[in-house]
Design a protein around this ligand. Structure first.
Ligand SMILES: [Mg+2]
Length: 280
């Protein structure tokens, strides 16, 4: 099997964090601004840097861009102070641990590409019992850019440095639950595997251009086939939704709700950060 780099999304793909991220946002905001945070910008598929910028603007903070780095630093500090009870509601989604173990057994490299800052991603994964087999040093995280697709080259560079292998094109596989996960893969020539365990149904992920969409991670042999692009196991065609040239063409059109950017350059930040999305 060719060398593959599998980059997992975290929230609603591998685990549910039970609102932990929102509680951290609220605590940090109160620390920094001395008042309660009343609204958090749409989060699905977006990076913390993008979510924070919009959240600060929603809260009426003047020059929100000037506060994003301070907020991210405070968020990282806050993560270190979380006690076990705060992480008690974090749990792995069905099949996640077995899927990761199976891909590791097949010799695939695995890390994360997530909107979370690294300390929070690491904490969630550890709390969910999913830390093993994921090389977080080659991951890409939500403080690195507002645009999710920009995280892909970060992970590729880190993986090349770590393993001495070039993971260009579909040698990189993104697995995620939102149209923005799919868009990040398509914009960078990677393979896109959708998992319909978040707020987006399989049809939305297929329409965004995913090469294949799984209902969940419970069928380990199906996950392995979907990630590697190998023939699906018996029964897999009934469970998975295969991408098609039609769905790929749809993904190149303006998105109908997921904010799926295809291009990295020359697009407005509004599109690139998925502000059109209204789902959390
Ligand atoms: Mg997600």
């Amino acid at each position: 099997m060719a060398d593959l780099l599998v980059l997992w999304d975290v929230d609603y793909t591998l685990l549910s964090a039970g609102g932990l991220g929102n509680r951290l946002y609220e605590a940090v905001f109160k620390d920094l601004f001395g008042r309660d945070l009343t609204a958090i910008a749409p989060k699905a598929g977006r990076t913390d840097r993008a979510i924070l910028l919009d959240t600060l603007a929603l809260a009426g903070v003047a020059e929100p861009q000037a506060h994003v780095d301070d907020f991210l630093a405070a968020l990282a500090r806050q993560v270190t102070e979380i006690d076990g009870s705060a992480a008690a509601h974090v749990h792995a989604l069905p099949g996640a641990a077995a899927a990761i173990a199976s891909l590791a057994g097949a010799g695939l490299r695995q890390s994360v590409l997530t909107g979370n800052i690294r300390p929070l991603a690491a904490l969630k994964l550890a709390a969910a019992g999913l830390g093993e087999h994921l090389d977080l040093d080659v991951g890409a995280y939500g403080d690195m850019h507002e645009v999710r697709a920009e995280l892909v080259p970060v992970a590729r560079r880190a993986a090349r440095a770590a393993y001495g292998t070039d993971f260009g094109g579909r040698s990189t596989v993104l697995v995620g639950d939102t149209p923005l996960d799919v868009a990040a893969a398509l914009a960078t020539g990677a393979r896109a595997v959708g998992v319909a365990t978040g707020s987006f149904p399989a049809a939305d992920l297929a329409a965004a251009g995913a090469h294949i969409v799984l209902p969940d991670l419970t069928d380990t042999s199906l996950v392995l086939a979907a990630v590697t692009g190998q023939p699906l196991p018996v029964g897999g065609r009934e469970r998975a939704r295969l991408g098609s040239p039609v769905s790929t063409a749809v993904a190149s059109q303006p998105s109908r709700g997921g904010g799926a950017p295809r291009r990295l350059a020359g697009q407005s930040r509004t599109d690139a950060t998925g502000r059109a999305s209204s789902r959390i």
